[in-house]
Each structure stands twice: as C-alpha cells, then as structure tokens.
Design a protein. Structure first.
Length: 124
C-alpha cells in the first residue's frame, strides 16, 4: 500500500490521494500540511496516513461486514429486551415498474419478449 511520504509532491495539476479511513478520493495541490480533513468522512487524517492509491476492498471484506450486520440483527432479535428492534425490511414498491398488462388472449413468447423489450427501452 503506497502512502504519502515526505517525498510526495503534488505537481502542477495537484495530486489525488485516498483517505485511509473511508477510501474516498481527495485532491491536494501541495503537501505543506501535517493533517487535513477528508471531504467525504470529515475525519482529520494525518499526512502520512493518506494513500496514493485506493484500498482494494475484496469481496471477502464486504461479505464479512454484511455477515456481522446480519449476526447483530439476529442477536438483537433474540434479545429484544436489550435493544429496541427497528425493522428495515418494509416493502417499498419500485416506482419504475408499471402495472402489468392483461392481454385478452394467451400471448406468444415473442409477444411477451417484445413487450418486455418495449418497457425496458422506456426505462432507459
Ligand atoms: Zn475519509
């Protein structure tokens, strides 16, 4: 992982650096500072903690985060007295989806795919 060091220069066009906390891209035009605030997470990041390339987040990391969220929710569900559960799996219909058509005859495969294709083109 390449990090900013005392030899890092911004050049004439500035330099893109990546927050070590949230991985967001920030641009700087000089390095005469010891810490700056990330425009994304608002964290105060020390100069030498900034990265010169984004962290590569592996699928595994996403999966582990997802898994721990799920495990926490399961834990909360079985321990309702400790924590008030806020259900977030409420069904919200997708406004983009039109009501289905009711053909007066049994549509052929081609008619169905044509209809789907037309609807799809409208959404694009
Ligand atoms: Zn950040």
């Amino acid at each position: 992982m390449k990090k900013v060091n005392k030899y890092t220069r911004a050049g004439n066009n500035g330099k893109e650096i990546y927050c070590s906390e949230c991985n967001a891209k920030n641009k700087v035009y000089h390095f005469s500072w010891s810490a700056i605030t990330c425009g994304n997470c608002k964290g105060m990041i020390d100069k030498y903690k900034w990265l010169l390339e984004p962290k590569k987040l592996t699928l595994n990391k996403y999966f582990n985060e997802y898994k721990s969220t799920i495990m926490q929710k399961i834990h909360d569900a079985f321990n309702p007295e400790k924590k008030k559960i806020e259900w977030d799996n409420e069904y919200k219909p997708n406004i983009k989806i039109q009501s289905t058509v009711k053909p007066d005859h049994k549509p052929t495969f081609n008619e169905i795919s044509e209809h789907i294709h037309k609807q799809y083109n409208k959404l694009k």
